[in-house]
Design a protein around this ligand. Structure first.
Ligand code: ADP
Ligand code: MG
Length: 493
């Protein structure tokens, strides 16, 4: 395990993450959870906390919690309790938030991730269901503040870790893995700009071996870049405080991306300040073992399991396997193409290279790529068969990307493009031989260098031939023939 010491201090970090659950409706009402609607158009009487209304549990949100619990190997409580967390804030019309306190639905669990060449495991304390609050709008109100309750009652899963992380790097790697996992499971869309996955980082420092130091909690980190910056700033700030003889006060702080600094927002409340008590409006949440079993059989293969399988079955490197399991669509695209052409390494390189480049350029996700896995598979097969060079295949790929899908078979589409653009490799030995002879005659200096033992001089000759053939010669074949020829001619002299 890595432990980073900064000026002799050990860093300790624990995370609380709010993942917005991807349900159609809210956790206790039937209002829509869709983002971006006009203020207060998606807030019903329950969300507005009108007297006499009662919350009704959304089954889908519970199902998401079960999925998450199974994904991290946690205990799923067959009976858990909703509690009222009381505090006053204008965007909280009931005056309390419905959450879970003493008995959360998901208990324990582990999140394992790669950290360079090592594995790191972070223990989860719990994951509980709760409702989100509304939003205060400070803009465009002529000095007044407006309240938008569209977000009030949106289902959240709050995922809490033990204080197991020892550096900002570890913390960000944990957050990335958790993000990959909830998106993979389909329980959260992972959109961080819209605040659908936000992390609170609890940070403290201590002398090695000492008791835990006093923590400060950095709220609402919604980008991995800011997360790293905020934690790094916070660590330096706390060490400086201690070095200068001041004690760190427990506090809730905000990160300002413009200054790169964290600043105290309020002193931290204790649990007692919230006067938690079981919500009398909601019965205990009961989950049957049968329900858990039904969810279990529908669980997708988990990303790390899939990555290990890619290494074992397709002989991919760990790094390639990680990259190809970043999300489920990329992974299934990879497997679909590989199944057809049987060239995992080449397919992987193409997805991480040309396909990704094109997707980024046009801002589309792989499931919307106009070049379907079947088409890529046939292109890769033609590369493998020596029909097109890798470079010419890029030209064909560009054309396939731009041309609308035609009704012919996938292989015909690929072959048609190769044919019509004249991208076929010259495998014709006679033609190659003539070309090679010309180049040998025209570059006696390179020939002499090669014969004098400079292996690199051969590359120069191959380069000339590739250029003369407008990229259509098969480089392996040219290499082979050229080498034989140079030896042969040397013997003949
Ligand atoms: P609260 O009741 O204030 O929410 P918790 O005990 O639930 O506090 O802890 C919240 C988070 O803070 C957890 O992720 C926990 O691991 C982390 N944490 C607790 N103590 C420390 C500490 N001294 N340094 C860093 N993180 C801590
Ligand atoms: Mg907490």
């Amino acid at each position: 395990m890595t432990t980073d010491f900064i000026h002799g201090y050990e860093v300790v970090i624990g995370f609380e993450t709010h993942a917005q659950l991807a349900t159609q409706s809210k956790i206790f009402s039937r209002s829509s959870t869709a983002f971006g609607a006009a203020p207060n158009t998606q807030a019903c009487a329950v969300d507005m906390a009108l007297p006499g209304t009662l919350p009704v549990m959304n089954k889908e949100a519970v199902q998401c919690a079960i999925k998450f619990g199974l994904a991290v190997g946690a205990h799923i409580a067959l009976r858990s309790i909703f509690a009222r967390k009381n505090y006053f804030y204008p965007d909280l019309p009931k005056g309390y938030q419905i959450s879970q306190f003493e008995i959360p639905v998901v208990q324990g669990g582990l999140v394992t991730f790669d950290l360079g060449d090592e594995n790191k495991t972070v223990r989860l304390v719990r994951a509980h269901l709760e409702e989100d609050a509304g939003k205060s709008l400070h803009e465009n109100f002529m000095g007044q503040t407006g309240i938008d309750l569209n977000r009030a009652g949106t289902p959240l899963l709050e995922i809490v870790t033990e204080p197991d992380m020892r550096s900002s790097r570890e913390a960000v790697a944990y957050a990335r893995e958790l993000h990959r996992l909830v998106v993979w499971m389909g329980i959260c869309d992972g959109n961080m700009q819209e605040g659908n996955f936000r992390c609170d980082a609890n940070v403290s420092v201590r002398q090695p071996g000492a008791l835990l130091g006093t923590r400060r909690e950095i709220k609402n980190l919604n980008s991995f870049k800011f997360m790293q910056q905020a934690i790094d700033f916070e660590i330096r700030w706390q060490i400086q405080e201690i070095e200068e003889g001041r004690a760190v006060q427990q506090a809730t702080v905000l990160f300002n991306p413009d200054t790169g600094e964290t600043r105290a927002m309020r002193t931290k409340e204790d649990a007692a300040d919230y006067r938690y008590f079981p919500d009398p409006d909601l019965p205990p949440l009961v989950i049957t073992p049968e329900w858990i079993d039904r969810v279990r059989v529908e669980m997708p293969e988990l990303p790390r399991v899939m990555a290990a399988r890619f290494v074992a079955d397709y002989a991919l490197s760990e790094m390639d396997a990680q990259a190809l399991t970043q999300n489920r669509d990329v992974a299934s695209y990879f497997e679909a193409a590989t199944r057809i052409c049987g060239q995992p390494k080449l397919v992987g390189n193409w997805i991480m290279g040309e396909v990704s480049r094109r997707l980024n350029l046009e801002g589309v996700t792989i499931d919307k790529a106009p070049v379907k896995p079947d088409v890529l598979a046939w292109l890769v097969r033609r590369i493998h068969d020596g029909i097109v060079s890798n470079n010419s295949a890029k030209v064909a790929f560009d054309h396939l990307w731009k041309s609308a899908a035609v009704s012919t078979s996938y292989s015909e589409q690929v072959d048609g493009v190769i044919e019509s653009l004249g991208l076929k490799q010259t495998n014709d030995t006679q033609a190659l031989e003539t070309m090679i002879d010309c180049v040998i005659a025209a570059h006696p200096k390179n020939v002499a260098q090669y014969r004098a033992g400079n292996a690199k001089a051969l590359n120069a000759l191959v380069g000339h031939i590739m250029k003369n053939s407008q990229g259509k010669a098969n480089p392996q074949q040219v290499n082979e023939m050229l080498r034989q020829k140079l030896v042969r001619t040397a013997d003949e002299i």
